[in-house]
Each structure stands twice: as structure tokens, then as C-alpha cells.
Design a protein around this ligand. Structure first.
Ligand SMILES: *[C@@H]1O[C@H](CO)[C@@H](O)[C@H](O)[C@H]1NC(C)=O
Length: 264
């Protein structure tokens, strides 16, 4: 199990941390952490857990250690009776098995908002081991359904924007990261960060699949035999960009935003 919290990317300039930076060492000795969470369960929601498994592969390729990656997913897809290829999860047609090596940090009903917030805050009462420190880089990625002001969890109630916002502010006040980047794929996901929910002075950069009033969209829904969608549009946009990038080929968050926005 990964300890405490979380991320990942190497700061380029200002808030510009590139996915390419995944392959660079942190210059200040900070640790890169990732917290990856799928908020759904059920075969019809195959795509969210596929997204999260894919994100795990990107973190690994970027050099993060398992002890610094926390994966929260219900884990009912790989061996779901409806899955035509047992033990395999793909995130695009004919794609690689992204389930390979995915750690079982939090599965089933342990995927809930209380555990998510505890992991985010590195609460030692809820976890073993140390949390993140002031030089650390943290990446948080969420994929699932949402509505104005909240995103879903497979159990234990929804995660509300106020609670996430307060957790980020508390974590900043605790000096528990240098930079934190959070990506959220969900309908109306912009509502998780708008206005005072995300102050500009806490070192957090958020990118969402949609604004506060629009849907986010599934993709890769026509693959024969699957009868479900394999990915989400925003998620595969940032992840396939990361897949295509070579080590030492950095990109700022702003550049990535432009690429993802255009494709999505
Ligand atoms: C949110 O997205 C919708 C649909 O694309 C668009 O019509 C609307 O103007 C956007 N709202 C803002 C505040 O940008």
C-alpha cells in the first residue's frame, strides 16, 4: 500500500509541470506521489476503472514507485462475468492490458469519500507510514460521474466540492506538498473548483473534463464484443498524450491543457 498521500510531475516553470516531466528527477529531492481513483462500479462503468488503470501505467512509466502511488478502484471489472477477456482491462480498442500490476490499495466499499480524503491528507490514523512533505509533488486523478457540486463514489456517499476544497486548503496549510495537480473527469466537474473553492495561492492546479454546466463524455464505445465504453474523452486525451511523449520531452501544464481541450 502506498503511504500517506501522493504525485508526480516535475515543475517546469511556474505552474507548468509537464507530463514529460514525469521522466525527470525532482531537483529538490521531493517525492512524487499519485492518488488515482475511480468513483464507480459495475460493468457499464468499465471505462472509469480502465482510465484509472491506464493512469497507473503512466505513473509507473514516469518512474513513480508503487509505495508512492495509491490506487482506489472498486475492482469488479477485470473478472466481471460480462468482461469478454477475463483478467484484462483495456482503455482503447486493441489497447494493452492496463490492469497489469495495478496494486490493490483500496477496493470494494473501501473506495469511499472518507478514505479518499484520509489518503489525500495522509492521515496516519487511517494509514500506515509517512505522508508527503513540503518538497513533494502530488498528482490526483479522478474519473467517474458527477453533478453540480459533487462527484460520485461507489459507496459511502458523494464527494462534495466543499469537502475537497477544504481538504486541499488543509493540506496546503500543513505544508504537505510543493505543487499539487488534480485532474477530474466527470460531468459538471468544473463545479468542483470554481470561484473560491480553489484559491490561487495554495499551489494547486486543477484541470477538469467539463465546465460547471456541461457533461463530460465517454469514448471508444463501439468495440465489438465489449458492449460498453472503454474510456472517457478527456481522460484518454491527457493519457494518450502522455503515452506518446518521450523521456526528457517536457510539456507545460498550459501546453497540455491546449492539447487536451482541443481533442476533447
Ligand atoms: C460551459 O460549456 C457550455 C457547453 O459547451 C457552454 O455553452 C458554456 O458557455 C460554458 N460555460 C462557461 C462559463 O464557460
Amino acid at each position: 500500500m502506498a503511504m500517506g498521500v501522493l504525485l508526480l510531475m516535475h515543475l517546469q516553470v511556474g505552474l507548468g509541470l509537464g507530463n514529460g516531466g514525469l521522466w525527470l528527477p525532482t531537483e529538490n529531492g521531493g517525492t512524487k506521489w499519485a492518488l488515482l481513483i475511480a468513483g464507480s462500479k459495475g460493468y457499464e462503468n468499465y471505462r472509469h476503472q480502465a482510465d484509472v488503470c491506464h493512469a497507473y501505467q503512466i505513473m509507473k512509466k514516469g518512474g513513480l514507485k508503487d509505495q508512492n502511488i495509491v490506487v482506489m478502484m472498486y475492482d469488479d471489472i477485470a473478472y466481471n462475468p460480462e468482461n469478454p477477456h477475463k483478467g484484462v482491462i483495456i482503455n482503447k480498442p486493441n489497447g494493452p492490458n492496463v490492469y497489469t500490476g495495478v496494486p490493490k490499495d483500496y477496493n470494494g466499499n473501501d473506495v469511499n469519500k472518507n478514505n479518499f480524503l484520509a489518503v489525500l491528507l495522509g492521515k496516519k490514523s487511517a494509514l500506515t507510514g509517512a505522508g508527503s512533505g513540503p518538497n513533494d509533488h502530488i498528482f490526483v486523478y479522478y474519473s467517474d460521474h458527477g453533478s453540480p457540486g459533487y462527484v460520485c463514489m461507489p459507496s459511502g456517499g458523494n464527494l462534495h466540492a466543499n469537502d475537497l476544497s477544504q481538504a486541499l486548503k488543509n493540506k496546503n496549510a500543513a505544508g504537505a506538498y510543493k505543487n499539487l495537480v488534480v485532474y477530474v473527469e466527470a460531468c459538471e466537474s468544473g463545479s468542483m473548483f470554481e470561484g473560491q473553492l480553489l484559491p490561487s495561492n495554495i499551489g494547486v492546479y486543477a484541470m477538469t473534463a467539463s465546465n460547471a454546466t456541461e457533461n463530460s463524455w465517454a469514448t471508444y464505445c463501439d468495440t465489438p464484443e465489449y458492449n460498453t465504453c472503454l474510456g472517457d474523452l478527456f481522460s484518454v486525451a491527457w493519457m494518450e498524450d502522455a503515452d506518446a511523449r518521450r523521456p526528457g520531452d517536457p510539456e507545460t501544464l498550459g501546453q497540455l491543457y491546449d492539447i487536451v481541450a482541443k481533442r476533447t
